[in-house]
Ligand binder design. Sequence first.
Ligand SMILES: C[S@@+](CC[C@H](N)C(=O)[O-])C[C@H]1O[C@@H](n2cnc3c(N)ncnc32)[C@H](O)[C@@H]1O
Length: 294
Amino acid sequence: MAGNTGVEEGVGRTALMVAAARAIETHRHDALARDGYAEHFVRAARASADWPVRLQQVPDGDADPFWGRFARYFGLRTRVLDDFLLRQVRAGTRQVVLLGAGLDTRAYRLDWPHGCTVFEIDQEDVLAFKDRVLDGLSAVPKAERITIGADLRLEWARELIDAGFDPAAPTAWLAEGLLLYLPHAAERALIEAVDGLSAAGSALAYEVKLGTESAAVRESPIYSAARRRIGVDLLVLFGGEPRPDSAGDLTARGWSTSVHTAFDFTRRHGRGPHPEPERPDALAANRWVFASRP
Ligand SMILES: C[S@@+](CC[C@H](N)C(=O)[O-])C[C@H]1O[C@@H](n2cnc3c(N)ncnc32)[C@H](O)[C@@H]1O
């Protein structure tokens, strides 16, 4: 893909950011999800070799807005989306597609029923880095795993089908932390493609932001910390375009959708990030959407 820089630069580096957050979550005594591979990715890349992988390495610990609260957000998101995928496969789905898979190790971590295939789509260089690290650890996937290097802003459905994806079988789709980085038109095209490839019984989970961030929210310490500490300008990567209403689009296409804040799941699990009503909150506009095709 044009501008493909792997995990070291640009949007690829956000995959390392999430891996570091998962590593920190993994070492919490009350972890919502554990990913023993995450810290290996962080240590293996030049860009992230000195980032923290445990809360004890963060001077302010949980009070740190970035490696504390924001990392916990990713821990909760990981758990909730693990549960989503496991629900689908326990109900009979055998095909899983991770859109913008990044350094997601679900193919290796989760207990998949026999016969599951996990397709992972991301930038070719991100997947090559991931495979290098996992091969170095002699990691073995617990499902058939098929990786596809593709630009999700362009046509990718043909490559997925050529890789063995069956549009006649129900699919569990996941776009975790992806749509925020796609231009408006690319998000609309991706939803249309998912709809076109989804047999009855398919389900999709994804994360979006409601609208663009207000000037006050753009000042949030999460964004300044991301720029300063890990060299990621999330606001630039998000772009300034108004977001499409993908949940509305899916409903119009006959899907059932439910839309949640992360805080809904904090309440459900008894831990996770809490709302910050006192100051502009970069997490307040985030929504996790669950859609199913009856
Ligand atoms: C924040 S990371 C999330 C990764 C993974 N889903 C997770 O939650 O750990 C965003 C991922 O989207 C991928 N991505 C962003 N834009 C993309 C594009 N146009 N084509 C393919 N992958 C893309 C990046 O390479 C990166 O791995």
